[in-house]
Design a protein around this ligand. Sequence first.
Ligand SMILES: Cc1cc2nc3c(=O)[nH]c(=O)nc-3n(C[C@H](O)[C@H](O)[C@H](O)COP(=O)(O)OP(=O)(O)OC[C@H]3O[C@@H](n4cnc5c(N)ncnc54)[C@H](O)[C@@H]3O)c2cc1C
Length: 370
Amino acid sequence: MGLNGHNPYARAMSETPEYDVAVVGGGPAGLTSALYTTRLGHDTVVVDRGGGRAAMMRDTHNVIGVTEHVSGNEFLQTGREQVESYGADFVRGFVSQIDETDGGFELTAGDDVVTTRKVVLATGFSDERPDPPLPRTGQGLHYCLHCDAYMFVDEPVYVMGTGEAAAHVAMIMLNFTDEVDVLTRGEDIEWSDETDAQLRAHPVDVIESEIDAMEKDDDGWLKAFEFESGERREYRGGFPMYGSDYNADLADQLGLERNDDGTIAVDDHGRTSVDGVSAVGDITPGHNQIPVALGEGAKAGIGLHYDLREFPRSPEAIEESGPVGADEVPAISAELMTTAVTHEGHAAGPREDVSDEPEPDAEQSTATDD
Ligand SMILES: Cc1cc2nc3c(=O)[nH]c(=O)nc-3n(C[C@H](O)[C@H](O)[C@H](O)COP(=O)(O)OP(=O)(O)OC[C@H]3O[C@@H](n4cnc5c(N)ncnc54)[C@H](O)[C@@H]3O)c2cc1C
């Protein structure tokens, strides 16, 4: 409800949902969608159970403006504080149930029930973890090729797995180092004969014996694996390639179209096959990288703003209901307006006295990119 008492959605639905946008998942993708929808004037909640792939980062690579020394948890904490500072709400919880309602959607997370007009699924996936013995994640066990290949330039590297992805990542690692082994760990090889011939034509060793033990270096990083065959090989680190377990239960509850690889099918603004539901980040196709997740989150946030914003009102609506009344603007809710005018980033502020009516016509932009 705006400070002027106008509720822009009252006409549209009998029971107004609590939020315009509910984002499920508080990783880089979901946080960015929430940042955009909140700053573009839409009441937004993020429901997040914590953890996720970004939280696993010991340090952050490939994100311009963020140094290598920032951990995933620091990155996420800063992002969350940013989003909260603009007025988004946070609920810590696991959304187990999502239902379509007349006016939107109802999400259940434990005892919390959230109603919303639009939903963004930013639930990501979990990497399938190999059996121990294993080094620590980030100190010899790595799940992000485009993030971590750089740190293995001229170092001995393993790739674990038996499928096409393992064979291909092993060959790809030859772009960075001349010591690459594939460890099948006693499992049957599943890559094709064609891939096998291709792999054997590269200087990659395939070690078929299971790992018996692991040695760590003084700095905590992996030093070597000992194999049941009695062989010992030194590695600085490597990549397990056992696939991704998509967090797609909610997508399935809603009947969203999914691609063959398990990702959710989306258009270029993250819209899914079900009206009112967007999906962003690792749960969608494309490179599993933070900058990509940020970009997808931003595009979905802007797409939702296109779908949700009240003005300009269409010529048809004006013909039906007459011109927009001064008491109908602005469309932003009272809570978000108060947060905006008292925010340190506000043009006139931060204002301390928020009881003044805003002046909607004070500054009009003619920009066409919004
Ligand atoms: C070890 C590791 C290191 C990496 N390093 C880098 C790097 O240096 N640079 C880089 O660019 N990329 C890196 N990546 C990749 C990067 O982390 C991911 O691409 C990025 O985190 C994807 O963001 P996301 O928001 O889609 O998913 P995630 O970060 O996985 O976040 C998803 C969130 O959704 C939550 N969630 C899931 N289901 C539910 C539910 N039902 N209810 C509530 N919450 C739910 C999860 O708990 C989680 O908080 C790394 C990945 C790993 C695993």
